[in-house]
Ligand binder design. Structure first.
Ligand SMILES: *Cc1c(COP(=O)(O)O)cnc(C)c1O
Length: 408
């Protein structure tokens, strides 16, 4: 099923205001952790983490049954065995189930701070220590935030983040560790073509959503020239036929090992260093609360999390919907930037492994709350969501949202 492009940006797009934020105190972030390396995606950071943990063939890696396939692919690439554990209805790790799945081959427990909301990381750290497991903290949804007074990413033996999910960059992922040095990890540049592509892509995305209009006008001739030149280069050289960027940047789930030793682009690292994080943090909380308030009275749906705790800077607004099969495609066709990050679970993962995960992968819809959404865009999105959800059969029957109730 192909849907039209979203009418408003699903992910952050660069705008002139991206750099000027409220002058407030430091926003806690995974990059506060002592040892940091910047790669091209979150999944490459997972790959490097597995390498650092010396994961070998047939080692068992405990992964949550509620996941993105891009987390499983690196495990498969290393020849290790993914073992899926259950999560609870509030997305907390089910430690009883994890304990039951530990074998002498179990090496790593991967925990996800879903949507920016931290797990009980102190308890998880203690559990891993007690069971001699390495902990990989997946902060792909939680580049910024803190828990128990420490930045996210500092609880795991290693942690990863996906810069693309938080900032207006084409590529970017971080591997961090509070416990192990990373300066021996040698990364190389992906080359000039990649650098050019990442710089232009950031601008093109911004221009496509009407951002930075004066610059768009100024650059319109150079951009056309670049496209012409690009087309010419492609038609001339057969050796250059492959993609210039990682597919991780274009919405795929696969693991392309040739990116494992590649540095994040200069553009990505530059923007990570210069974009105003207080602005990102403040806008994400504000937009999240706005969506929550505006959608609270809709029948047949409820926010996945009842409250937004302090020091949580959400990736998206996750909403539990009774009748996703009807409204998800309608929302998509209307150009609403709705996603389900766990829409496609790993092959064979069904109710017998974790009924909650199967249910959440269908019913949790995520709407953007990122810093670059304009007031008018949020108004439009809220109006579309309300109209579409009120018109679906579940809403009309005024059924209440009950977790795990299978909708017919
Ligand atoms: C997106 C995602 C990843 C992978 O990040 P990429 O930057 O897309 O490679 C890892 N874990 C979770 C939970 C994700 O949602």
């Amino acid at each position: 099923m192909t849907y039209p492009k979203a009418r408003i940006p699903t992910d952050p797009v660069l705008c002139t205001a991206s750099f000027s934020g409220p002058d407030r105190q430091h926003v806690p972030s995974v990059t506060d952790v002592d040892h940091v390396v910047h790669v091209t995606s979150g999944r490459m950071a997972i790959g490097l983490a597995l390498q650092q943990m010396q994961v070998a063939a047939f080692d068992e890696i405990l992964l949550p049954a509620y996941h993105s396939r891009s987390m499983v692919e690196p495990v498969i690439w290393f020849g290790a065995m993914p073992v899926f554990y259950r999560i609870k209805a509030d997305t907390a790790v089910d430690l009883n189930d994890v304990a039951a799945r530990i074998t002498p081959r179990t090496k790593v427990l991967v925990v996800v701070n879903y949507f920016g909301f931290p797990q009980d990381l102190v308890a998880l750290r203690a559990f891993c220590d007690a069971h001699h497991l390495l902990m990989l903290e997946d902060c792909a949804h939680a580049s910024i935030g803190a828990h128990a007074g420490k930045p996210l990413g500092s609880f795991g033996d290693y942690a990863i983040a996906s810069t693309m999910k938080f900032l207006p960059v084409y590529d970017g992922g971080c591997l961090v560790s509070s416990r192990n040095r990373l300066d021996h990890v040698k990364l190389v540049s992906a080359g000039l073509k990649f650098e050019v592509k990442t710089a232009f892509n950031t601008l093109e995305k911004a221009f496509a959503y009407g951002r930075m209009k004066p610059l768009a006008a100024l650059l319109s001739i150079p951009m056309h020239l670049k496209n012409a030149l690009w087309g010419l280069l492609k038609s001339r050289s057969a050796v250059d036929a492959g993609p210039v960027g990682p597919r991780a940047s274009d919405g795929g789930f696969g693991f392309e090992a040739q990116w494992l030793d590649k540095k994040a682009s200069v553009t990505s690292r530059l923007l990570l260093a210069t974009v105003s994080m207080p602005r990102v943090a403040e806008a994400r909380r504000r937009n999240y609360l706005r969506l929550q308030a505006a959608l609270a009275d809709l029948p047949g749906c409820a926010p996945l999390y009842p409250v937004l705790p302090e020091a949580v800077f959400p990736w998206v607004f996750p909403m539990l919907v009774d009748d996703p099969d009807t409204c998800f495609p309608i929302l998509k066709h209307a150009g609403v930037p709705v996603i389900r990050f766990a829409e496609f679970l790993w092959d064979g993962l069904d109710e017998s492994v974790c009924p909650v995960s199967v249910d959440l992968s269908r019913r949790v819809m995520q709407f953007p709350c990122h810093q670059e959404l304009r007031e008018t865009e949020i108004d439009w999105m809220i109006e579309r969501i309300r109209t579409i959800l009120l018109a679906t059969p579940v809403s009309m029957a005024m059924r209440s949202t009950k977790p795990l109730q299978a909708s017919a």
